[in-house]
Each structure stands twice: as structure tokens, then as C-alpha cells.
Design a protein. Structure first.
Length: 119
């Protein structure tokens, strides 16, 4: 799948119970899941790719959704986000399949931007 620079690319929800999550979304919506270790599930079949993240043991809070944008150049986009006055909540870090950072928009909403790791 080709990713488009600076577009919404992925939706991420907190994860507390991977078995119940897979069972619920598979039975009700027909989503398919890929396990990335014990605390991360990615899904497809929802109209947009997404995942359930339990890596940080972050408690579920409303609204609980993390919108993730894609970037062709993560460092440049990070600089642009900083220059525009956003607060960086989590600097660039690696995860299976890529790297990303989190920031707060002017309203206080947390978003993330990711990039693929060059092979």
C-alpha cells in the first residue's frame, strides 16, 4: 500500500484485552487482525488501517483514539510541527515497521506522525 505524505494514515486505539478485542471486532465487523507481540494488534477491513496499542499500559481515557498521519520525511515534519508551535509529547522513537513521534495540536489533541523504516 502506498502512503501519502501528510495525510491521515492510521487510527490507533488503546488496548487492554487483545482476545476480547479481536473477538468483538471480528464477529461484529469482520475485521482481520495481525498480532505484533502480546500488546499490539493491527487491523484491516475497517476502511482505514489501524491498531490497538497496549505497549505503554496507558489507561483508556475518553476519547481514547490516536490519529496517525504519514510522513515521507519524519525529521523535516517534526521540525515543521515544532516551528508551528506544537508541543512535542513524545520525540521520535522506533516501533516494528517504522518510527514516529507524538504532538499536541493547538486544541490539546494528541496526534502522531510516522514514517516507514528504509529497508
Amino acid at each position: 500500500m502506498a502512503h501519502r505524505h501528510k495525510t491521515i494514515n492510521y487510527i490507533e486505539f488503546p488496548l487492554t484485552d487483545s482476545t476480547a478485542t479481536k473477538q468483538f471486532f471480528t464477529s461484529v465487523f469482520g475485521w482481520e487482525f495481525q498480532e505484533w507481540g502480546p500488546n499490539y494488534l493491527s487491523f484491516s477491513g475497517a476502511g482505514i488501517e489501524g491498531g490497538f496499542n497496549g505497549e505503554d499500559n496507558t489507561p483508556v481515557q475518553m476519547p481514547g483514539v490516536l490519529v496517525i498521519l504519514f510522513s515521507d520525511d519524519l525529521e523535516t515534519t517534526l521540525a515543521e510541527v515544532k516551528d508551528a508551535g506544537a508541543t512535542i509529547l513524545r520525540d521520535i522513537y522506533s516501533f516494528p515497521g517504522g518510527r514516529r513521534f507524538h504532538f499536541a495540536d493547538p486544541n490539546g489533541n494528541e496526534l502522531a506522525i510516522w514514517a516507514e523504516v528504509a529497508e
